[in-house]
Design a protein around this ligand. Structure first.
Ligand code: ATP
Ligand code: MG
Length: 215
């Protein structure tokens, strides 16, 4: 069974949704660096203060700040039990850092799932994205709406739109994805770890395809 998993893909390609399905089905924890950052910003912690402006403008947070956050995650992670990582690594230096952490523990990544979708479809999806600030669950209007408009199905929190999901910021995030993150596709292809999943298929099929990649 493949336990150490990375999800790659452009902003809004549905990494979080797929990660949540995999977590439910297999049990290893899903961690999203973007979600961890938004929590830090919400708490106005020192890390959150360092990251805030970058996030709001759709820029990547500088590596030294990201690595502080993720080092903390790595220290608390049982790498034998497994994990589903979404949003980290985001560029080649971050991937090399993660490789060095894995090597130091004598373990390796098992699979890197890359979600593929055309830019115009993603922009449509992100425009309808609403998330729960309390529990982190993400909904999608009109494809995956909550039962009651504006209210989280799981915890009753009031759904909000992320500031960085506004269209101008989203286009910036796309460009950064192409420039900084897309090179990781080849990085992991060379390691023989890459599996491509069509992010245009309905959620159920997308999750099933990702689950197959873990078997
Ligand atoms: P989506 O939520 O649709 O997957 P995304 O991948 O662009 O879109 P997040 O992963 O939630 O968004 O990240 C939000 C923001 O947090 C990023 O735009 C960036 O500013 C910051 N961030 C998160 N992870 C990293 C990282 N590994 N390196 C640098 N910045 C990061
Ligand atoms: Mg995300």
């Amino acid at each position: 069974m493949k336990r150490r998993v990375i999800l790659l893909g452009p902003p809004g390609s549905g990494k979080g949704t797929v990660a949540a399905c995999l977590e439910k089905q297999f049990g290893w924890p899903h961690v999203s660096s973007g979600y961890l950052f938004r929590q830090e910003v919400g708490k106005n912690s020192p890390l959150g203060q360092l990251a805030k402006t970058f996030i709001e403008n759709g820029k990547l947070v500088p590596d030294e700040v990201v690595l502080q956050l993720m080092e903390h995650w790595w220290d608390g992670t049982d790498s034998a039990a497994g994990f589903i990582l979404d949003g980290f690594p985001r560029n080649v230096p971050q991937a090399m850092k993660l490789d060095s952490w894995l090597t130091a523990r004598g373990v390796a990544l098992d699979v890197v799932i890359c979600l593929k979708a055309p830019e115009n479809e993603i922009i449509r999806r992100v425009a309808g994205r609403r998330s729960c600030p309390r529990c982190g669950r993400v909904f999608q209007i009109p494809d995956m709406p909550p039962h009651t408009e504006g209210i989280c199905d799981d915890c009753g929190g009031e759904l909000t739109q992320r500031a960085d999901d506004r269209e101008s910021v989203l286009r910036e995030r796309f460009e950064i994805y192409r420039r900084e993150t897309e090179p990781l596709v080849n990085y992991y292809r060379h390691q023989g770890k890459l599996v491509l999943v069509d992010a245009m298929q309905p959620v159920d099929q997308r999750c099933a395809a990702a689950a197959d990649a873990l078997k």
